[in-house]
Design a protein around this ligand. Structure first.
Ligand code: 13P
Length: 341
């Protein structure tokens, strides 16, 4: 029996499990590999991702789903097993990134519009055949002196809604990702203001786009100060403002919210999630859908060497477990228990 959209959307954030975002485009994975001195070849990308997907404890206990890039969903492990099969065998759900990236938006200096809607209905049919049961589309909103503009927010929200409707028509759960970047020097309150504006518009457009919220997952940024801001907010402030912003914007029909890490350190991303869950009283399941905050450590440990595979898997498993504990609101307790021991 095939699971319904509602079941998949719920499962992606249930029981403390979260999503591994392993959908780096060819240019992004090259950047990551450059940083560890590994050449970005077809085989190296396969070996690296196979290492992650064969991390049995992480994949079966902490990871609900994996977002893949087009190349990876078609790729086989070294022994010929499709990588998608490895994910399924571990009890995790394969997903696919379907947007084709953010391009400069005409008339809106400094802003982008995410492309990839043309032919998307057909692409979804193929991705479903290849095993994808959920998808991701990322809209990018930057904060600056005169941005974002409503023109850009509206265009990106409309694209998200069209993508989400097409995904659902193909039996695939859309992850709707409007990312407000944390690259600037703005304070946390400016991030709150922009995130609220963006989320309000996104849900308005999902309504007009006739998207079924019960079968949708939201992937938002946390409400956080810009990386270059002199005043960084405390863990408690990030948690409080993020939850307040979400409560003001996200209908309770949405079953799952899975955060992006967006350039936070591994520990910050974990601590923030943990603090939000400990605050309790949440109408949705909150969890992680991290790329960098799950993969930075294993990439470093692996560094492209066969003899480091076990170390890479251990590093990935550790981060996945810490975020799993955070999604249950048990991470702080675990850290304190370890300190006391
Ligand atoms: P980060 O956690 O590295 O932000 O990546 C998540 C993601 O999928 C961004 O689109």
């Amino acid at each position: 029996m095939t699971a319904s959209l509602e079941e998949v959307a719920y499962k992606l954030a249930a029981g403390g499990k979260g999503i591994l975002a392993a959908d780096e485009s060819a240019s992004t994975i090259k950047k990551r590999f450059d940083a560890i001195g590994v050449e970005s070849t077809f085989e190296n990308r396969r070996d690296y991702r196979e290492m992650l997907f064969r991390s049995e404890e992480a994949m079966s206990q902490y990871i609900s789903g994996v977002i893949l890039f087009d190349e990876t969903i078609r790729q086989n492990a070294k022994d010929g097993t499709p990588l998608v099969k490895l994910i399924e065998q571990a009890g995790s759900i394969p997903g696919i990134k379907v947007d084709l990236g953010a391009r400069p938006q005409p008339g809106c200096p400094g802003e982008t519009i995410t492309e990839g809607l043309d032919g998307l209905g057909e692409r979804f049919k193929e991705y479903y055949e290849l095993g994808a049961r959920f998808a991701k589309w990322r809209a990018v909103i930057d904060i600056g002196a005169h941005i974002p503009s409503y023109t850009s927010i509206l265009a990106n929200a409309q694209a998200l809604a069209r993508y989400a409707a097409l995904a659902q028509a193909a039996g695939i759960v859309p992850i709707v990702e409007p990312e407000v970047l944390m690259d600037g020097d703005h304070g946390i309150d400016r991030c709150y203001e922009v995130t609220e504006w963006v989320l309000k518009e996104v849900f308005q457009q999902l309504f007009y786009g006739r998207v079924k919220l019960e079968g949708t997952v939201l992937k938002p940024n946390m409400v956080i100060a810009g990386k270059k801001s002199a005043k960084q907010a405390s863990v408690e402030e990030v948690a409080e403002k993020t939850v307040r912003c979400l409560k003001n914007c996200v209908p309770t029909a949405i079953p799952s919210i899975a955060f992006l890490s967006g350039g936070q350190s591994d520990e910050e991303a974990t601590a923030h999630l943990d603090a939000m869950i400990r605050g309790s009283g949440l109408p949705w399941n909150l969890t992680f859908s991290y790329g960098r905050a799950l993969q930075a450590a294993p990439q470093k440990a692996w560094s492209g060497k066969v003899e480091n595979i076990a170390a890479g898997q251990a590093a990935f498993t550790h981060r996945a477990k810490m975020n799993y504990l955070a999604a249950l609101g048990q991470w702080t307790t675990e850290v304190e228990r370890k300190k006391a021991a």
